[in-house]
Design a protein around this ligand. Structure first.
Ligand SMILES: Nc1ncnc2c1ncn2[C@@H]1O[C@H](COP(=O)(O)OP(=O)(O)OP(=O)(O)O)[C@@H](O)[C@H]1O
Length: 276
């Protein structure tokens, strides 16, 4: 659990320590019989308790970054550093939440949410009691004994988020968690996620295609190019917290959104001209 808890203290006094860092990451895959360099020297980091988004075109290697951090892949070059230690290739050190809630359909909501605790060796009764408590705090009371298919898509993603929280890892990787939701539910979920995160203040790495979502949620964001992928820009998001949906109507928000859109568009055009 992050040291930074409690929602009173929303603004850190000074820069927090770097929690997780990708250093000079190069990753090549065998694609269609030839080697393709997907990640071409990626440097990015997140500080303790920071919400950092990674925005990039399809196929730029965003999910690959998470698989590297989760230890499922090893970088060809570079290091993945957690709390100052090279963890390249080590598994089980970060929580992961995918686009699809990935729940076991035969387990109840509370049994699904309790799973990471049980995997960490917590006895079943205690794990279930902790999961019930966390589900209630996340506004899911009354659904503890339901099966996943009885919940809407948005509610399933709430359960998936609670499960990732109960994983008790300091770093949470959220891989387009709202991409499959309709626009209204997605907005609701962004707002809900902010409230949850403000209470927990875990370090979050958040992958998205949505400029608006990245700006609304993040402290900082990285914009990636198309592959071979590099960091095009790092942006400090200047809006104070706590935030709410009125921020989306702020002219400063619209201006920054416009700049980012322009940046992604020119990256896409460069990519297309390379293929002409
Ligand atoms: N195991 C693998 N073997 C071969 N190629 C791979 C493998 N994993 C990823 N790739 C390739 O690496 C590139 C980046 O994939 P990745 O899924 O990380 O991109 P992404 O940015 O998450 O894409 P999207 O936004 O569409 O989800 C793609 O071209 C993909 O085909």
């Amino acid at each position: 659990m992050s040291a930074r808890t409690g929602h009173q203290n929303l603004e850190p006094a000074g820069p927090a320590a770097v929690k997780v860092q990708f250093e000079g990451i190069v990753k090549t895959f065998q694609e269609g019989g030839r080697q393709t360099r997907v990640l071409d020297g990626i440097d990015l980091h997140a500080r303790e308790g920071e919400f950092v988004s990674i925005l990039g075109p399809s196929g730029s290697g965003k999910s690959t970054l998470f698989l590297l951090l989760g230890g499922l892949y090893r970088p060809d070059q570079g290091r993945i550093v957690l709390d100052g230690r090279d963890i390249s290739g080590e598994r089980g050190l970060v929580s992961y939440m995918p686009q699809d809630s990935a729940m076991f359909p035969w387990r109840t909501v509370e049994q699904n949410a309790a799973l990471p605790l049980q995997l960490d060796g917590v006895p079943a009764r205690k794990a279930l009691a902790t999961a019930r408590d966390a589900l209630q705090k996340a506004g899911l009371n009354g659904y503890e004994k339901a099966l996943p298919h009885q919940l809407s898509g948005g509610m399933q993603q709430r359960v998936a988020f609670v499960r990732a929280l109960l994983g008790a890892r300091d770093v949470m990787c959220l891989d387009e968690p709202f991409a499959a939701l309709d626009a209204l539910t997605r907005q609701e979920m962004q707002h809900w996620l902010l409230r949850q995160w403000e209470q927990e203040r875990r370090t979050v790495l958040f992958v998205t295609h949505s400029i608006e979502e990245a700006l609304y949620l993040s402290d900082r964001l990285y914009v990636l190019s198309a592959k071979p992928t590099r960091v095009l820009q790092e942006i400090e998001v200047p809006f104070p917290r706590p935030r709410d949906q009125r921020l989306l109507l702020d002219p400063a928000f619209a201006a920054l959104r416009g700049e980012l859109y322009e940046l992604l568009l020119s990256a896409k055009e460069q990519e297309e001209s390379r293929h002409d």
